[in-house]
Design a protein around this ligand. Structure first.
Ligand code: HEC
Ligand code: HEC
Length: 240
């Protein structure tokens, strides 16, 4: 991704988040008795993730709703401790306690807002077919496991800590795979996604991200039960 594509939205976001902090501070001085409900707390997240964590039209802001609570909690900790880097997120969670992060993660994991309409493909039919093949079957000759082996055939993830991949924009997915390849995103060791992402080429990343973004969420978009799939590689976030 070019630095201009990252930098311009980033600047806008820093402004949004700075404005949010100022207005929150003002609201607190003017109305000290504002109730401290979860709805009030997650207002700080709504501009970028939607009130119910459904995501927004912005290609880079991910859906949070319905992802397993431990997955969301791990990410909030990752941002707080610098294992994932995105300045507005790092900043927002800097002073939040583990207990608070658990509550926020539980809140978004229980939200069930509708999914956006699937994206229309903007790449060739061959690329889409290649993406589908890698997600559903992997590529044994290059030791790439099927993404569905861990994220589920329905792509809704698995409890306690594997996220669903439906309802995400293609740019967000490729940026995350890129972050694992370049070492700016880390998960609990052994970091299976680092292993997998480094086996993918740029074309593979484009193909899987494009195909995933065109998929429709299933009727009942809940993560599969814990241990219902045997993961082909060990992942630090998953009980073995
Ligand atoms: C200024 C916009 C912005 C605000 C405000 C914001 N986020 Fe985020 N959030 C993002 C972006 C962008 C990412 C993806 C960053 C990356 O990894 O590149 C993200 C990622 C996340 C993730 C990881 C999602 C995943 O699927 O891995 C969680 C969890 C999260 N945010 C929770 C929150 C919570 C809780 C709040 C409110 C306290 C919040 N965010 C406020 C923009 C924002
Ligand atoms: C061995 C199990 C496993 C396989 C196979 C796997 N993943 Fe993952 N994936 C995970 C785990 C675990 C996480 C959560 C990592 C964390 O805690 O940050 C994850 C997270 C992700 C995320 C981050 C989602 C978000 O909301 O930020 C993306 C994108 C992703 N995987 C894409 C893929 C793709 C594409 C493939 C196939 C090429 C794949 N994964 C194969 C286990 C797996």
């Amino acid at each position: 991704m070019s630095s201009r594509r990252i930098f311009r939205p980033l600047l806008a976001l820093l402004l949004i988040s700075a404005a949010g902090v100022v207005s929150t501070a003002k609201a607190q001085t003017q109305q000290p008795q504002t109730p401290d409900t979860m709805e009030a707390r997650v207002q700080a997240c709504a501009a970028c993730h939607g009130t119910h964590g459904q995501g927004t039209d912005n290609d880079y802001f991910p859906r949070l709703a319905g992802k397993p609570a431990d997955y969301l909690y791990n990410q909030l900790q990752n941002f707080r401790e610098g294992r994932r880097k995105y300045p507005p997120m790092n900043y927002l969670v800097t002073y939040l306690s583990d207990d608070y992060l658990h509550q926020i993660a539980a809140y978004f994991s229980q939200q069930r807002p509708p999914y956006p309409s699937p994206a229309r493909p903007t790449v060739s039919a061959d690329t889409i077919a290649r993406g589908q093949d890698i997600v559903l079957h992997g590529d044994a000759s290059r030791q790439i496991p099927a993404c569905a082996a861990c994220h589920g055939k329905a792509l809704t993830g698995m409890e306690p800590a594997i996220p669903g991949l439906v309802g995400l924009h293609s740019d967000y997915i490729s940026a995350q795979l890129g972050a694992w390849r370049s070492g700016s995103r880390h998960a609990i060791a052994p970091d299976c996604m680092h292993e997998i992402a480094t086996r993918l080429t740029d074309d593979d990343v484009n193909a899987v991200a494009s195909w995933l973004s065109t998929q429709t969420a299933p009727q009942n978009p809940v993560p599969a039960p814990a241990r219902s799939m045997k993961t082909p590689l060990a992942c630090g976030s998953e009980p073995q």
